[in-house]
Design a protein around this ligand. Structure first.
Ligand code: DX5
Ligand code: ZN
Length: 225
């Protein structure tokens, strides 16, 4: 699998959401939708009704990143609504294994997110229950923050854990991803890249996605044969 780019609509104009999604169609692999509840993170964005409307409008698969408390209660509905991928935070989940299974049972890919200070090693045995591991490279809550270089060793360790167990799990990074930091992340083993301000802050968001993908491809380790 080549590198995938998931532009975050958090950095788009919410009053023109459908148009903003259309602007990256055919270039984005996913649309990254940040759901924030003002409890798990100190910011409030959008919820299930807006995601349902988007799903009726856009062709690009939707990648929901739930920064909410009690994902055990709320996350399966995003999968049932038709999101292609649903990611919950392990710090908020009461029963992450059951939750991942419920998301998968609704036909979506199950993702689990870790905040920058949450270590990956305690969750090594959970990886087999997941389709994607998301390593936050900023503190979740806001777009436009600076990439936390301190997370890079964890990306490497997570990539090695996945490879060591021969699992087919995507490794996503989210926060401060731009033309420079995407190379650092790809070199460390990430293969799905969320980018908000570096896509929607660009004059041409579609071209920005293409540039990010090319940079990731150039920096990714050669596949082992
Ligand atoms: C932050 C969100 C990110 C955010 C990324 O909590 O999860 O998806 O939109 O924005 P940038 O790419 O600007 O850091
Ligand atoms: Zn996100």
């Amino acid at each position: 699998m080549g590198p995938q780019i998931s532009p975050s609509i958090l950095s788009s104009d919410f009053a023109r959401l459908a148009t903003e999604c259309e602007a990256v169609a055919g270039h984005a692999d996913w649309l990254h939708v940040d759901v924030m509840d003002n409890h798990f993170v100190p910011n409030l964005t959008l919820g299930l009704p807006v995601v349902e409307s988007l799903l009726r409008t856009v062709q690009t698969p939707v990648d929901c990143h739930l920064m909410i408390e009690d994902p055990d209660r709320w996350a399966p509905a995003y999968a049932e609504a038709g999101a292609g991928s649903v990611t919950f935070h392990v710090e908020a989940a009461g029963a992450p294994i059951r939750l991942a299974r419920e998301i998968r049972a609704q036909g979506a890919r199950a993702g689990m997110a870790l905040k920058p200070a949450t270590p990956v090693e305690p969750y090594a045995d959970l990886l087999a229950e997941l389709d994607m591991l998301l390593l936050m490279t900023v503190e979740p809550g806001f777009g436009g923050q600076s990439f936390l270089e301190v997370v890079v060793p964890k990306i490497r360790r997570a990539s090695a854990l996945i490879a060591g167990r021969e699992l087919d799990i995507w490794l996503q990074v989210d926060g401060g991803v731009d033309l420079r930091t995407i190379e650092v992340c790809a070199d460390a083993g990430a293969n799905v890249f969320v980018a908000g301000s570096s896509v929607y802050g660009a004059d041409d968001p579609a071209a920005a996605i293409d540039s990010l993908r090319a940079a990731a491809l150039a920096a990714a380790p050669a596949p082992s044969v």
